[in-house]
Design a binder for this molecule. Structure first.
Ligand code: HEM
Ligand code: FES
Length: 350
């Protein structure tokens, strides 16, 4: 969003990310079908491919769902988040290929339309062992399609960030449907302890990561003490690393208190792009830069540099006795608020 920074575009980083995903998927399918052919010589190529694609898709979904909490726990995972949407699209494509082959293998030979056959041929919803598990896969695939189709920034801007975010939270519903798809499908016929174990370990890892990330969030959301004039005591100036921020919670909103040179400014920590944590970014070319996809905001106004139009609320700051205090009442996004000056060691503080 500045001359030197490339934001959300097709760039070298994304191409590398996509190549790694593509190669990993191809290697997984090759190894899975190769090993399957050796250990189970009676399995047809279609069956092996259906299984390889289905399991690859659910592994990819685990990775996509794990990236968010991993980044909350350790910022070294942030590069994975940069292109998470492409991972989601590949998950959909692998799931669609799996579903397509399964539809062809199990429903294409009947007189009825394969989709009608898929929906109508099994209605034994009261039976655990013969449950219509394929319909659960179809429902999950419909959700993954919706997410893949709206993954572009155009849809984010059109639907608005809160609606888009809510829509993409359906990934968790898709995950639940797929766990049921496997548990009521393959696991009923196969009873494979390995598959059951992998499914349980996957769910336990995802749950553990989300609980750990939620605990970090709860800690971060603790309100700071206030001075008698209502200003919030955010932190000591020296606790803020140069060109970086401390995040504090003010009246329920996360605020990023940035230090750059001898200045301190505070803006909302919620990025307008996808609610990324602005307080975990840094100042690049004079602008606060979101760690997720590089959207930038001027520290004094909370506005993105022209020609961009995103804006976040700005907070007035004061430095008292080496500590940063914040006025809890934010200014409207785009309002110019002079940064507080850090006095030199010997000088007086503003
Ligand atoms: C139209 C949608 C779908 C249909 C008709 C369908 C059908 C099937 C069938 C027939 C099986 C049993 C294969 C076998 O045991 O040989 C299966 C297993 C499986 N499906 Fe699906 N599926 C669909 C969607 C999905 C999606 C979207 C995913 C993941 C994103 C998925 C993941 C799996 C997994 C992980 C298995 C177990 C693989 C294994 O046996 O190793 N399915 N599916
Ligand atoms: S740039 Fe994407 S969330 Fe901030």
């Amino acid at each position: 969003m500045s001359h030197g920074y490339v934001a959300v575009q097709w760039n070298e980083q994304k191409r590398r990310y996509d190549t790694v995903i593509g190669l990993a998927l191809a290697a997984y399918i090759g190894i899975f079908t190769g090993l399957g052919a050796v250990t189970n010589p009676f399995a047809t190529a279609e069956t092996l491919l259906i299984r390889a694609l289905g399991s690859a898709a659910i592994v990819l979904l685990h990775v996509a769902l794990a990236i968010g909490p991993l980044c909350r726990i350790d910022s070294r995972f942030l590069p994975l988040l940069y292109n998470r949407r492409h991972l989601g699209v590949v998950t959909f494509l692998a799931g669609a290929a799996h579903g397509g082959f399964a539809l062809f293998q199990f429903h294409a030979l009947s007189d009825t339309n394969p989709f009608v056959s898929l929906l109508a041929s099994n209605t034994r919803v009261a039976s655990l062992s013969q449950f219509p598990f394929q319909q659960l896969g179809l429902a999950a695939l419909a959700i993954l399609f919706l997410m893949a189709a709206t993954s572009h920034d155009f849809w984010l801007a059109t639907l608005t960030a809160p609606v888009w975010k809510r829509l993409h939270m359906l990934a968790y519903l898709a995950y639940g449907l797929l766990v049921a798809h496997v548990a009521l499908g393959t696991l009923q016929t196969d009873r494979s302890p390995l598959l059951a174990g992998l499914l349980a370990v996957g769910a336990a890892i995802l749950l553990g990561l989300h609980v750990a990330a939620a605990r970090i969030e709860v800690r971060a959301d603790r309100e700071q003490p206030r001075a008698s004039d209502g200003f919030v005591d955010a932190c000591a100036v020296d606790e803020i690393p140069e060109s970086r921020a401390r995040v504090v919670t003010v009246s329920g909103e996360r605020v990023a208190v940035y230090r750059f040179g001898d200045c301190v400014s505070a803006i909302s920590s919620v990025c307008q792009h996808q609610n990324g944590p602005l307080g975990e970014g840094r100042v690049i070319d004079g602008c606060i830069t979101c760690p997720w996809h590089g959207f930038q905001y001027e520290p004094e106004t909370g506005a993105s540099p022209a020609p961009f139009t995103e804006m976040v609320p700005v907070f007035a700051t004061e430095i008292r006795g080496g500590r940063v205090f914040i006025d809890p009442q934010p200014f409207a996004p785009g309002t110019r608020v002079a940064p507080s000056r850090i006095a030199s060691r010997k000088g007086a503080e503003q």
